[in-house]
Structure formats: structure tokens, C-alpha cells
Design a protein around this ligand. Structure first.
Ligand code: AMP
Length: 441
């Protein structure tokens, strides 16, 4: 097995990694770091949780240890473009952690906050700048920073940049960089516009690819819990009051729902906070910090707000509501089981969400095992799901999006856990049934 020292990293970095408790490099680190140290461009297919931040931060910091020269005023040496401010904070934190034994200047630039402190930070020159594209373009247009000294450009989570409409901004920024730079592009998926962007930005890149979605999913102990809509909050309380829950992220579909769930939990004595797009940057950072420090045990989040939440030691992800997009399920549950750890993902499914569950199972090519041993198990919904999973079975219709009408009760009373039947594997699923049976049924 390769060690960080064998990858050729400088001593101050090795000490920092040791202090952080990283014993061995992850696969993306083993593959990418030597290529980056040798000066190659790299196209990395990797999602969060694989250790990709260290894979690009360590070689950049390594170079800083070799070159005594620091950035000239108003210029930048390494530029990292990220889609969201949460990811910016996370990446900058990574640089802080790994570069703790090195003297260099770094800063973050993102929208939604005053630009004064960002402008002041840039004036002195930056060795590392982590930026979202929109605000960076504003600052470039105002002449606060020059990019003609950039030696390394990193594009992190390029597919998210695409989702958020940032590709033209990225191209504009890239046009202001020297051609002789080193470029790295990381993306969990490689849709055509990202492949095109990569061939525009990268020169003869080395391609490194790790952990396809399925293998992350495989490490997570997934369960679906059938429950009526009105009993979900009772079930959530039961789950969170259990001893095994150390840190939990609870997902809702709406911001309003996130607030409501967080309030209900707090009232019932479970420390909780909500994180979503209507909250100020400061409130979000505070919530994250409290979650990280353990002051708050449950963080209730929407999908957008959860992008880039990177907290180690999340023992449980609870889907209070199933996501409409099956891919979001994979992103959500990936918040646990980070960096090789194991995690538990519980999905609450009411009658109207059975259709979403079916879509998710098709996407992950597995049947999610049923946990029926809980006080709020709704057998009629379990039967509906079993019928829906049968080839040629009835196709449950997903609710109309945004529909807020109160729904009729779905016919389940609290009861002891017995009698739920497995609802069968998804058509086209891998022969996964044995594992599923061994676990929850
Ligand atoms: P990332 O994919 O960059 O979001 O990293 C996922 C998580 O893995 C982060 O919380 C890192 O602290 C952690 N991590 C990164 N590299 C290693 C490593 N070699 N050993 C243990 N943990 C790591």
C-alpha cells in the first residue's frame, strides 16, 4: 500500500496529514498526486467523499514549499473555482488543514456577502484563491485582481457548475489565465458539455477515475421505513433518540419543511438546526460549525443547501422526505460513509412517495431493504410498494410537484413491527437480494 511519503510530498505536509489522522492516501490521491507533482493536467472523475480535495490541494501546497517566492500584490498563483460558497469554505478549510505548517496567503471569494474584505485580501496577492465564478468575474471586471500569474487552475465539481449555469463564466475566467498553466478538472459525472469544457481547458490530461456511485452506495446500510405522512415526525424522534445516532443529517424537500422539522425536534429535546438557501451565510456557517462540534446533533437540510456539506462522522442520513430526483438520493446518502467509513441511511416513505422509491431503486440498481421493526410501520404502504416492485405491477403515480393540499390519512396506526414483506428487487437489479435479506428483513 502506498504511503503519503512515497507519493513524494514535502515534510510539512506529511506532518499535517499525520496530525489529521490520515494513515494512507485514498485511491484518487494515490492516482492523481504523482501526476500532478510531475506537472500533468488531470481530469478527475470523482465525487465528494473520495478525498479529492486533498488530491489537488496537496500538490499545490507542495509546490509552495519548493518555491520561496510569494504572490505579487494583486495577483494569484493557484485558483480554485467551485460552484457554491459552502464548497468554497470547505476547500479553503482543506487548504488550512493540510497547509498548517506552511506560510502562504489564501482567501475566498464568493457572492452574497460584502466584497470589501475580499478586495482587501486580494490586494496583498494570494498564493491560493478559492472562488465562485460569478463574484470572481465582478472583481476582475472592477480591476481588483489579475489572473496572469496563475500557475494552477482547479475546477472542482464541474458538473455542478454546469447545473448552475456557470460554464460561460468559467470560460471567461480561463481566457484571462496564462496558457502555460497546469489545469485540473474534477467532476462526479462527465456529461458532454463538461467533456467539451475539459478538452478546451486541459492539455493532454491524465484521466483518473475512482469510486463510481454504486460502490459508495454499497458501503451504506440503507433502509426504507414505510410510514404515513403524519407519523413521520414521531418516527424521526424515535430514530434520533436512539443511542446509535451520533450526528444525523435529515433531508426535507422544502426550506419551509426544514425549518418546521428542526423546530419540532428542538421542542422535543433533540438539538437541531436547519440549513437552507433562505438563511444568511453567517447563519449557515454557524449551523455547520455547531453540527461539526457536536453542539447540534441533527442538521435538517434541503438538497441545495446540503451541496458541499462535508462533515466527518455523520452516522445517519435520514430522508424525512424522499427526493424527487433519484440522483439526489445518492448525493444525500453519500453525506455519511465518507472516506471509507460506514454509515446508515434511513428513508421515510409515505404512500405518495412509493413512486420516488421505485425510481431510486432503478437508479441504484438495488432494492432498498425494508425496516419494519418500528412503532410507526405502515403495512398498507409496504404492500403498495411490494405490488409496485413486481414486474408489470401497478405504477404508482408521483404526486404533482409543489402540491400542498392536505392528504388523506394513509391508513396505518402505530403497531409493533411484524408482517412487512420485502417488496422485491427492482427489475434489472443486480443479484443483490441476498445482501438485502440478510440486513433488514
Ligand atoms: P473530499 O472527497 O475531498 O470531500 O474528502 C472527503 C473526506 O475525507 C474529508 O472529510 C477528508 O477529511 C477525508 N479524507 C481525505 N483524504 C483522506 C485520507 N487519506 N484518509 C482519511 N480521510 C481522508
Amino acid at each position: 500500500m502506498t504511503t503519503f511519503a512515497e507519493l513524494g510530498l514535502a515534510e510539512p505536509l506529511l506532518f499535517a496529514l499525520e496530525a489529521e489522522g490520515y494513515a494512507t492516501p485514498t485511491p484518487i490521491q494515490t492516482q492523481a498526486i504523482p501526476q500532478l507533482l510531475a506537472g500533468h493536467d488531470v481530469l478527475g472523475i470523482a465525487q465528494t467523499g473520495t478525498g479529492k480535495t486533498a488530491a489537488f490541494a496537496l500538490p499545490i501546497l507542495h509546490r509552495l514549499t519548493l518555491e520561496k517566492r510569494r504572490a505579487a500584490p494583486g495577483t494569484v498563483r493557484a485558483l480554485i473555482l467551485v460552484p457554491t460558497r459552502e464548497l468554497a469554505v470547505q476547500v479553503a478549510d482543506g487548504f488550512g488543514t493540510y497547509g498548517r505548517n506552511i506560510r502562504y496567503r489564501r482567501a475566498m471569494v464568493f457572492g452574497g456577502v460584502g466584497q470589501g474584505p475580499q478586495v482587501r485580501a486580494m490586494a496583498g496577492g494570494l498564493d491560493v484563491l478559492v472562488a465562485t465564478p460569478g463574484r470572481l468575474i465582478d472583481l476582475l471586471d472592477q480591476g481588483h485582481i489579475r489572473l496572469d500569474q496563475v500557475t494552477t487552475l482547479v475546477l472542482d465539481e464541474a458538473d455542478r457548475m454546469l447545473d448552475m449555469g456557470f460554464i460561460p463564466a468559467v470560460r471567461k475566467i480561463a481566457s484571462k489565465l496564462p496558457v502555460g498553466r497546469q489545469t485540473l478538472l474534477f467532476s462526479a459525472t462527465m456529461p458532454k458539455p463538461i467533456a467539451d469544457l475539459a478538452s478546451f481547458l486541459l492539455r493532454d490530461p491524465v484521466r483518473v477515475e475512482v469510486t463510481p456511485v454504486a460502490s459508495t452506495v454499497d458501503r451504506i446500510d440503507q433502509k426504507v421505513m414505510f410510514v404515513t405522512r403524519e407519523n413521520k415526525r414521531n418516527l424521526l424522534l424515535d430514530v434520533l433518540q436512539g443511542n446509535s445516532v451520533n450526528r444525523a443529517i435529515v433531508f426535507t424537500r422544502t426550506k419551509h419543511g426544514a425549518n418546521r422539522v428542526a423546530e419540532q425536534l428542538a421542542k422535543s429535546g433533540v438539538t437541531a438546526d436547519a440549513i437552507h438557501g433562505n438563511k444568511s451565510q453567517n447563519a449557515r456557517q454557524r449551523a455547520l460549525e455547531d453540527f461539526r462540534s457536536g453542539k447540534v446533533r441533527a442538521l435538517v437540510a434541503t438538497d441545495i443547501a446540503a451541496r458541499g456539506i462535508d462533515v466527518d462522522g455523520v452516522t445517519h442520513v435520514v430522508n424525512f422526505e424522499l427526493p424527487v430526483e433519484p440522483e439526489s438520493y445518492v448525493h444525500r446518502i453519500g453525506r455519511t460513509a465518507r472516506a471509507g467509513a460506514e454509515g446508515i441511511a434511513l428513508s421515510f416513505c409515505d404512500a405518495e412517495e412509493v413512486a420516488y422509491l421505485r425510481q431510486i431503486e432503478k437508479t441504484i440498481r438495488q432494492a432498498v431493504p425494508v425496516e419494519h421493526d418500528h412503532a410507526w410501520h405502515a403495512e398498507p404502504i409496504a404492500r403498495l410498494a411490494t405490488a409496485a416492485a413486481r414486474p408489470g405491477g401497478p405504477v404508482p403515480r408521483p404526486p404533482v410537484r409543489g402540491q400542498q393540499k392536505p392528504r388523506p390519512p394513509q391508513g396505518a396506526k402505530p403497531q409493533g413491527g411484524h408482517g412487512a414483506k420485502p417488496h422485491g428487487a427492482a427489475p434489472g437489479a443486480k443479484p443483490h437480494g441476498a445482501k438485502a435479506h440478510a440486513r433488514g428483513r
